[in-house]
Design a protein around this ligand. Structure first.
Ligand SMILES: [Zn+2]
Length: 200
């Protein structure tokens, strides 16, 4: 006999409190009109009396689909992982890569730009992003990165992305990742026109 039973409810059958992620849930299957009806309870509402219609009962853990999706997004997206690695660093080269990664994530609609402030000479331009998948708020700083710095950051970022996406060195996927990278011309405010400034 195939057992057809619904998924865990989002709230307790007794008190109607919504379950939280990883909360212990007491589930019962009852026979009602020849089919199995599922009831999920929090620890306080588990029925004490013997239920003659009880088919079986078990304990489980409630998994919030929103939390699971957020975790999946965070682990599945190599770009997002790279961004969070760089975001904690205060090294200028890492901050340039975090800045670029955030721009790419914004373009992918993974990040939403919340606020941009001019900042100061020291802090640079500060941009606040909302990570749509995880609900995290995070900021990047544009320390007036030069064209050369951004271009180096782009090359390093793409190389790390390539390694994350295809760990086997014999399978380069540079063509795929290249499409996601903003070409250097897209940063006109930092582009260097004068030929004498190449060594900055
Ligand atoms: Zn309850």
């Amino acid at each position: 006999m195939e057992i057809k039973i619904s998924k865990c409810a989002a709230k307790c059958h007794g008190c109607e409190q919504e379950f939280v992620h990883e909360q212990k849930v007491h589930s019962a299957a009852r026979i009602e009109d020849d089919s199995l009806e599922r009831r999920d309870y929090c620890a306080d509402c588990v029925p004490k009396d013997k239920d003659p219609a009880l088919f079986c009962s078990w304990e489980t853990q409630f998994n919030d689909p929103k939390v699971l999706e957020a975790e999946r997004q965070e682990t599945l997206s190599p770009l997002r992982r790279l961004f969070y690695d760089f975001a904690d660093s205060s090294a200028r080269a890492d901050m340039a890569q975090a800045f670029l990664a955030a721009q790419l994530l914004k373009r992918q609609k993974a990040f939403r730009q919340i606020r941009e402030s001019e900042g100061s000479e020291d802090t640079g331009r500060v941009t606040l992003f909302l990570d749509r998948a995880t609900g995290r708020l995070i900021e990047t700083r544009d320390l007036n990165f030069s064209y050369t710095e951004l271009d180096e950051a782009r090359v390093l970022l793409l190389e790390k992305l390539r390694l994350l996406e295809s760990p086997e060195p014999e399978q380069p996927s540079a063509e795929v990742t290249d499409e996601e990278a903003p070409p250097p011309e897209k940063e006109p405010e930092t582009a260097v026109e004068e030929p004498g400034d190449e060594d900055q």
